[in-house]
Design a protein around this ligand. Structure first.
Ligand SMILES: [Zn+2]
Length: 116
C-alpha cells in the first residue's frame, strides 16, 4: 500500500465512522420519539389500536440501531488496525484485501474468500 492510498484509507475510515455515528444517533432519536408516542398512546387509549404497528416499528428500529452499533464497532476496529499498520490485511489468511472490497466496506477485516 502506498503512502497516498494509506492516507486515503484513513480518511475513508474516518468519514465512514462519522457517518455511522450520525446514523446511530438518528436511530436513537427515532427510538426515543417512538417511546414517547407509545407512552402517550397508552395514556389516551387503553385499547391501543396502533399497538401492533408500533411494536413492529419498534423492533425494526431496534434492529437498525443494533446493526449500526455493530458497524460502528467494526469501523473502530478498522481504525485501530490502521494505527497498527494492519489495515487491509485479511485477519484469516494475512493476504491483502482487494481495494474494491475496502472501498465498498472500509471496515472489512477479511478478504472476500474469508468474509463472514
Ligand atoms: Zn483471507
Amino acid at each position: 500500500m502506498s503512502r497516498t492510498s494509506a492516507a486515503a484509507r484513513a480518511k475513508s475510515v474516518a468519514d465512514r465512522r462519522k457517518e455511522l455515528a450520525a446514523l446511530l444517533e438518528d436511530a436513537d432519536r427515532q427510538l426515543a420519539e417512538l417511546r414517547h408516542l407509545r407512552e402517550s398512546l397508552h395514556d389516551d387509549d387503553e385499547h391501543d389500536p396502533d399497538g401492533v404497528s408500533l411494536s413492529s416499528e419498534w423492533s425494526r428500529l431496534e434492529g437498525l440501531r443494533q446493526s449500526r452499533l455493530e458497524a460502528l464497532a467494526e469501523i473502530d476496529d478498522a481504525a485501530a488496525r490502521l494505527e497498527r499498520g494492519e489495515y487491509g490485511i485479511c485477519s484469516v489468511c494475512g493476504k491483502p484485501i482487494a481495494a474494491a472490497r475496502l472501498d465498498a466496506r472500509p471496515g472489512a477485516t477479511e478478504c472476500i474468500d474469508h468474509a463472514r
